[in-house]
Each structure stands twice: as C-alpha cells, then as structure tokens.
Design a protein around this ligand. Sequence first.
Ligand code: FDA
Length: 399
Amino acid sequence: MQRFDAVVVGAGAAGLFCAGQAGQRGLKVLLIDHAAKLGEKIRISGGGRCNFTNREAGPANFLSENAAFCRSALARYTPQDFIKLVQRHGIAFHEKHKGQLFCDDSSEQIIRMLQDECQAGGVTRWQPCSVADVRPRAGGGFELDTSHGPVQARHVVVATGGLPVPKIGASDWGLRLAEKFGHAIVTPRPALVPLTFDADAWAPFAALAGLSLPVEVSCGSGKVRGRFLEDLLFTHRGLSGPAILQISSYRTADDQPLHIDLAPEIRLDEELLAAKATSRRQLGNEFAARLPQRLAATWLARAGLDAARPLPECRDADLQRLGRSVHDWQLTASGDEGWRKAEVMRGGVSTRDLSSQTMESRRVPGLYFIGEVVDVTGWLGGYNFQWAWSSAAACAQAL
Ligand code: FDA
C-alpha cells in the first residue's frame, strides 16, 4: 500500500497547479488523471493560445448560488500572482481585449509550466489511471482504490472539472463523489455556450449565418442579471459569439427572453426621423447605412416595410417602430448547443458545505473540491482559469 500526504484527482488546470504548490510545500503528492493526454482543456483553450487569466478578475465576474464564496481565494491568489509565475517561466504573452491575457505562442507553454512546477514539487503522476472508490479511514485520512492499486492519503483533492467536452475526459465523477459524501449539487447546466432556436422561428435569420456585429445583450432579473457589450455571431441554428456565450450563463430558465440591442452606439428611431427631414434616399438605403446590409434587409422584410419607399413618404410611426425594434430585439432560445460546445459548467458542488478559505468539505474533513467542479462559474475571458489557480492555491496552502 503506497501512502501520500495528498492525492489530487484530476490533472487539469486546478489539479496540476494544486499538486505543484502542495509538493513545493514539502508534501508527498500523488496526481491522478484518467485521460491519456495531459491538460487537454488547457491545450484547446483560447483557440490554442490559452487565455490564462484576466487582469481585472474579481468576484463580480463569477456566478454562484453564493456570490461571496470566491472572494477570499481570488483575493489571496490574484491574476498578478499568476502573471508573475508565467513571467518567471519566460512565457511571452499579450493582452487581447478587456484584460484577457493570452500566450504569444501556444497553450502548450502553460501545460509545460504546470508540469515543471509539479516536478519542482516532486509530484508523482499516474496517468491514465482511474479511481473506483474513495473511503474515509477510521483513524483519519482516506483509502483509494485506483487502477494502479490501493493508496492511502491524509487528504483527497477533487479537481475533476466540469462536464463540457466529454470526448477529452470530462466526467461527473467529482459530482458523484460529492453526493456520496452528502454534499448538495447545484444542477449542472452548459454555460458559455451558443444558443439555438426553433427551426421555424429561426428560418428568417438562418441566411444571416456568419454575420457578426457588436451588440448589447441582457438577460435575467434581480441578482442574476447579466448585461454585456460584445460581438454577436449569427449561426445556422441560432446565435453565438462572445455576447451570446456570456449571456448564456445567465439563462436560469429556458423561457427567459434575451434582450438584444443590435445598434447600441446610436438611437436608430431618432436618426431615421431626423433623416426623413433632410434626405430623399430610399428607406432601405438609409437603414442599411446604419446596420450591416444583410441584417438591414432581413429586418425590413420582417417589419413588412417597403425598402424602396423614399424616406419622406414613410410614416413617422413606422420609422419609430422600426428603429425601436432594432434596440430591443426580444427572443427566447429553445435550447443550447450542449456539453459538446459549452466552455464551462454552471452549477456543481454547492459551496454551502465548503470552506471558502481552504475549499475543504465541512462534512468530510480532509476532502477538498477545487476548480470547475465547484459551483463557481466565471465569465468568458480568462476568469475560469483564474478560479482554477485561486481555488487550487487556497487548497494547497491548507493541506
Ligand atoms: P479541467 O477540465 O481543466 O481538468 C479536469 C481534469 O480531470 C481533466 O484532466 C480530466 O481528464 C480529469 N478527470 C475527469 N474525470 C476524472 C476521473 N473520473 N478520474 C480521473 N480524472 C478525471 N477558460 C479560461 O479561463 N480561458 C480560456 O481561454 C478557456 N478556453 C476554453 C476553451 C474550451 C473549448 C473549453 C471547453 C473551456 C475553456 N475554458 C477557458 C474553461 C477552462 O478550460 C476550465 O474552466 C478549466 O480547465 C477548469 O479547470 P479544472 O482543473 O477545474 O478542470
């Protein structure tokens, strides 16, 4: 029987980082992953360049049943701390958009950095290796049945991530283990995911697939209300792009409408009325000067207005109605593209019975949950990795 101070299950972002930090504190650490390849989600992240953190990451950028839970860990291990680590490893990076930091070369560099950190901590890694059972021992600590044989450990850290992209190793193992030990699970839902619409309802817009434009999108009510100014992308089945991925996390019910302002920089109703006084152009041309052409044509057809009519002959009420409809397009998605396309999981192990200081279970001392398996979900833009690093650091300090 091999004995370790800590066994970390899941060698993704949170597990690799936690194992390395704990090892460097002098603990004997075993890191286990059932996938054949290391850090696949890191590899595919950020289009292959890993958006590894966001300079601005703070509690306001995360969703959870308990909004305050992430505060302590994020404050104690900050984006700046991770940036310093990346710099120490000589990885060149750049800021792309709204504080998002990406590797100049490849996400492989982040995987190599985490591997080097584990090596510096003398971490043992078993991969591929699966864990059939985790049992608390009478005198404290745990016994684990793994495909490499039984092991004992004082601490078990669950870092098995969320459910998105099952084909590269995602599993519900961490959620099932949490349930087995009496933890509540906040219903997992795909988040940061493209939205789909009924084929009939979407038919007028399907031809717009590929069109992208900046919009303001909002959804939800009360404390769970999101509002984002980002790009939207029309697809054959619905909507995608950063604006939609962001707002998808705020859909708490399938019948919740989205509100989309397709021209957030201007007031189209006022501009069309003002133009009527001075311009003899056709409505279609005037409208298309303010919106992408394909969208303008679709929108006019949908409003039942004649694009060829000269502006002075248009009724004020029609121009107002047309303009306003662009600023508040209300639509209800019928679903989303699911775990195959989602970037993260909303929900997970409820924070109710976890310590926000250490990520330790209040039900089973010595058991910890870190990273995406916990009910803390970040926005698009490096926030989810920052949660992985911060929660892992909080845990590693406590082991
Ligand atoms: P992660 O998924 O990284 O690791 C979990 C590990 O546990 C995996 O290695 C898995 O094989 C293993 N595992 C699962 N079940 C197991 C079991 N039963 N036994 C043993 N091992 C098991 N975020 C961000 O901040 N910036 C970005 O650029 C992106 N980009 C991005 C792109 C795409 C396509 C996706 C799908 C996701 C992102 N993300 C992201 C999200 C980010 O990848 C994610 O939030 C973190 O990887 C979560 O880190 P974890 O360590 O919690 O899980």
